[in-house]
Design a binder for this molecule. Structure first.
Ligand code: SF4
Length: 329
């Protein structure tokens, strides 16, 4: 839960999670939809899907016993070399290293590693350095200390060297070249894309969402309808919907792509029957409790903040829409 998320945000999620799933077997027996519901708002839903798969695997194949070595942990869904090292060293005291972005930064600076960290050979060298450090007592404490040093002192662009406990051993600091490390070979290898999503709203203040197939990247999550090109959206949109107008832009990254998601708003004038799979209408008031991938959660948050109004990003482009009248009680 803490990956890419702040501790204060995580605490209520953590408490709710353990209330619902007090044991590994409870998690393994729960449907994926229930885990996604409890995760809604934390983003990066691949983590929860993998966690659920790992719990099922342990329950079914390992008789409920969590592996105690990094090598065995790596056989579980969603557990890579870094996570296996962190669990095995911190939970079980195994002398096994960790290497994440923070630790890479620290070691390339301390040892002035001038080779690109994009090369597998450089990463292997860094894994070996990390392994040589973890050979002593309390490997879990050492690994946590390295991660903390990277997160709280050895910052990427503003390292606090004056208060660094290893400054006397740091080659980059001695040379005054802290920011030179870590070296990367290609700075800009991203591809830019502009895609389109649609917020289709009906007269009952509901929006159309579609559940993604279980096997895909967004398996089990809900999303607004989306297209690779705006043109495809316009072709598919029913005549009973108003002309879509741009009301939000959500930039986001996905593997090598830097995506500009243009979000359009349209009003369903009459009953719309779409030949799109797995879709249904949701009241805007209920969107906060639905599991979306991060970019679509931002769309939902914008809708909630605007009280359901699809105000055009560039006024004067149509989409006449009145604020719903307050109900008399
Ligand atoms: S001395 Fe500076 S660059 Fe070197 S490890 Fe410490 S904070 Fe990082």
């Amino acid at each position: 839960m803490l990956q890419q998320t702040q501790v204060a945000t995580v605490i209520p999620y953590y408490e709710r999670w353990f209330k619902s799933f007090p044991s590994l077997s409870a998690l393994a027996e729960a449907p994926l939809s229930k885990t996604l519901e409890l995760w809604a708002g934390l983003g990066y839903y691949r983590r929860v899907r993998m966690l659920h798969q790992a719990a099922c695997y342990i329950q079914e194949k390992l008789q409920g016993k969590i592996p105690e070595t990094a090598e065995e942990l790596r056989k579980l869904p969603g557990i890579g070399r870094y996570t296996a090292g962190a669990i095995a060293s911190i939970a079980w005291g195994e002398k096994t290293p960790v290497l994440d972005g923070n630790v890479i930064r620290i070691f390339t600076r301390i040892f002035a590693v001038a080779q690109s960290v994009d090369r597998p050979a450089t990463l292997e060298r860094l894994w070996s350095i990390a392994a040589s450090f973890v050979a002593g007592k309390n490997p879990g404490d050492l690994n946590q200390a390295l991660m903390e040093l990277g997160a709280t002192v050895c910052f990427p662009s503003n390292p606090h060297c004056a208060r660094c406990p290893v400054k006397k051993s740091c080659a980059a600091h001695r040379k005054g070249r802290e920011l030179f490390y870590p070296v990367r070979s290609q700075k800009d290898r991203y591809e830019k894309l502009t895609t389109a999503a649609l917020v289709l709203k009906n007269k009952k203040n509901e929006v159309w969402l579609e559940k993604q197939p279980e096997q895909g990247r967004w398996g089990g999550l809900w999303m607004f309808p989306f297209w690779t090109h705006k043109k495809e959206m316009l072709e598919e949109l029913s005549p009973s919907c108003s002309k879509p107008v741009l009301f939000l832009i959500v930039p986001h990254a996905f593997t090598k792509y830097r995506i500009t998601l243009e979000v359009f708003g349209s009003l369903a004038k009459t009953r719309v029957s779409w030949k799109r799979p797995c879709g249904r209408w949701f009241p805007i008031g209920k969107l906060a409790r639905i599991a979306f991938p991060s970019p679509h959660r931002k769309i939902a948050q914008a809708l909630i903040a605007r009280n359901g109004l699809l105000n055009p990003l560039f006024p004067g482009r149509g989409l006449a829409e009145r604020k719903p009248r307050a109900r008399r009680t």
